[in-house]
Every structure is written in C-alpha cells, then in structure tokens.
Write a protein that binds this ligand. Structure first.
Ligand code: HPA
Ligand code: ZN
Length: 334
C-alpha cells in the first residue's frame, strides 16, 4: 500500500463535484437565517441532527430530497461565490489542482433566482481560485432529468449566451436517474452543442441505472465522459468500448457507499476497470453530504485496495489528468 503523504501530494483532478453539494450544515443554518429562508417544519434543527440525517440516506432520491432543500438557502450572487470559494480553499490543501464542477441552475431559477446571478457568483469563485490558489476549473451546467425535457430545453436556450461565450464549458445531466433515461434529452444536447462546438458533454449514467443508460448516453447524447458509470461492468462489450474510446468514468466512492449503491468501497469494480483499461477518476460528488472531499475519497480507496502500489496510483492520477477538459500545455504542467 502507499502512504497518506503520497496520496495527499499526488496532483489530483476532480471531475464530479456538484457545487451545491458542498453546502456544509454549518453554513446551511446561518445562510437560512441571513436570507430569511424558512426550512420545512420536519427539517433537522441543528448541525448535529443534520449530520446524523446525512449519515443514513436510504438511496439517491432520499439524498436528493435533502439536497434540494439545502439549495433553497442560496440566494445572492455572493452566496454562490462564497459557497464555491469555501470548496476551493478546502481542497487546495488536499492536492487538488484542477476541478470540473457541476451546478444545477433549475434548482435556483425555479425559486426566482436568475441564471445570471448563480453563474456570476460561481464563475467569480472559479476565477479567484485560479488566481489565488492555482486551481484551474471548468463549469458544467446540469439538466435536472426529473423535470420535463421541454423545461431543460428552455434552460439550454436561456443559457445560450453563456454557452456561446464559453462561460459554461460543459453540459451534464443529473438528479434521479431512473426512470429518466438519457434519450429523453437528445434534443437538449443537440441544441446545446450547436450553440458552441467546443461545449463538452457528459451525463450521469450507471449509478442506479443500468449499463444500457451508459450506452445510450454515448450513442444518443454523444457524451465523451460518463458520471458514475459503475454499472457499465454489467456489459463486457461496453467495457471494451469505454477502454477503446477513452471514455472517462467519474467514480464517486464515498457517495456510492452513502447512497447504498454498494455496501463498502472495496465492493466497487475498480480492479475490474483497471484490468480492462477503462479510465476512471476518483471524485467526491457532494462532499458536504457524503462525509468527505477529494483526498478523503482517495484515502478510503487506498484502505480498501491496499495491494495497489505507487504505479497503480500514478496510473489513476494520470488517467484523471488525461481525461480532463484542458489543453496539452496544462496537462504537462500538472
Ligand atoms: N446523482 C444524481 N444527481 C445528483 C447527484 C448524484 O450523485 N448529486 C447531485 N445531484
Ligand atoms: Zn453526481
């Protein structure tokens, strides 16, 4: 096995991080008070109670119910900036050098917060992270798949100026996976890509959903990356394709345990992915909800795969760099 110091120093890239999922309980309550947001009557009343709740999610939907309540306390551009900035400062001490981060505009626009307010706040924090911490980033707008595809298409159209000018550099698809297969969003993905050919495409698939969702995301949405994707191992031909086409799976170990996708990190098919030469990165997903940031995920995987040596870890880190949406010069620098 490898040392903690080595894993800490290893230059890390994160590709699966929901900015709204970095809202810590100890920021949630003060923000609710400051913004006069009333939490539901049955919502936990203290940081301790909320942490306890976060420790026993039954599944993805159970988590999402809390996650969307949490987003309601974010109101001003400064709130969005402060949230993302807190994330960047935390992971800066964990060896993170590059982050491709998701946000969910619909969870804010449906409450009357404008797309511009949210995007400006997050973008300001991203620029500041590069300036002050040397962390480069990409901003990925996600469509909420539990909403009507027509509502998602509206969002894409509203975001057109931000997609065209490169403020939004990627498109993703998240929220409840089943029964909302990727093909429902074909028009949204086509429209977004037509606005800017440089737009990068990804989608959550194969977390709770089947391998077929992964294949369909590749075939019908033309994504070049898959978020989670662990159920791809159900389909050997798909594994070969992922390896051949260098499709990165953005695996989230602590998330998968907390949402009861697997019982323990050691049950994740990471060795199988390595053996099949399928590239994957290790990520935190919603660190405030799942009990760990990027380094915590690396450390847990190292504990659960103790036979991996330095060269295996170097391979994982290198696949994460190569799978990042950055130019060759930045890859070299990392
Ligand atoms: N899966 C789906 N939707 C999400 C997630 C996730 O892991 N995190 C935030 N929204
Ligand atoms: Zn996710």
């Amino acid at each position: 096995s490898v040392s903690e110091a080595f894993l800490k120093e290893l230059p890390k890239c994160e590709h699966h991080l929901h900015l709204e999922g970095t809202l810590e309980p100890d920021l949630l309550f003060p923000l609710a008070a400051r913004n006069n947001v009333t939490l539901p009557a049955n919502f936990p009343k203290s940081v301790a109670e909320l942490n306890a709740t976060y420790n026993s999610f039954a599944n993805l939907q159970d988590f999402l119910n809390y996650y969307y309540i949490g987003t309601n306390v974010l109101i001003t551009e400064q709130d969005f900036h402060d949230l993302a900035w807190a994330y960047f400062t935390k992971v800066s001490s964990q060896g993170l050098v590059h982050a491709e981060v998701f946000y969910d505009p619909q969870s804010h626009t449906e409450r009357g917060i404008s797309l511009e307010t949210v995007t400006k706040g997050f973008t300001r924090a991203c620029k500041r992270a590069e300036r002050e911490l040397g962390i480069t980033s990409r901003l990925i707008m996600c469509l909420l798949r539990h909403t009507e595809p027509s509502a998602c298409l509206e969002l894409v159209k509203a975001a057109a100026p931000l997609i065209k000018d490169g403020t939004i550099q990627g498109l993703g698809l998240d929220s409840a996976e089943k029964p909302f297969p990727p093909e429902l969003f074909t028009e949204c993905y086509n429209e977004a890509k037509s606005l800017n050919p440089d737009l990068q495409l990804t989608a959550h698939a194969g977390e709770e959903g089947p391998a077929q969702y992964v294949s369909n995301a590749l075939d019908l949405l033309h994504v070049t990356r898959i978020d989670h994707g662990i159920n791809s191992v159900q389909d050997p031909e798909l594994l070969q394709r992922l390896a051949r086409e260098r499709i990165l799976l953005t695996v989230c170990p602590l998330s998968n345990v907390k949402l009861q996708v697997v019982k323990a990190v050691k049950e994740l098919p990471l060795q199988q992915l390595l053996d099949n030469d399928v590239p994957f990165s290790l990520n935190s997903d919603d660190p405030a909800y799942f009990g760990g940031y990027i380094l915590d995920n690396y450390l847990q995987v190292a504990r659960d795969f103790p036979h991996w040596d330095y060269s295996t870890w170097a391979k994982i880190a290198s696949n994460a760099v190569q799978g990042s949406w950055i130019d060759d010069k930045r890859k070299q620098d990392i």
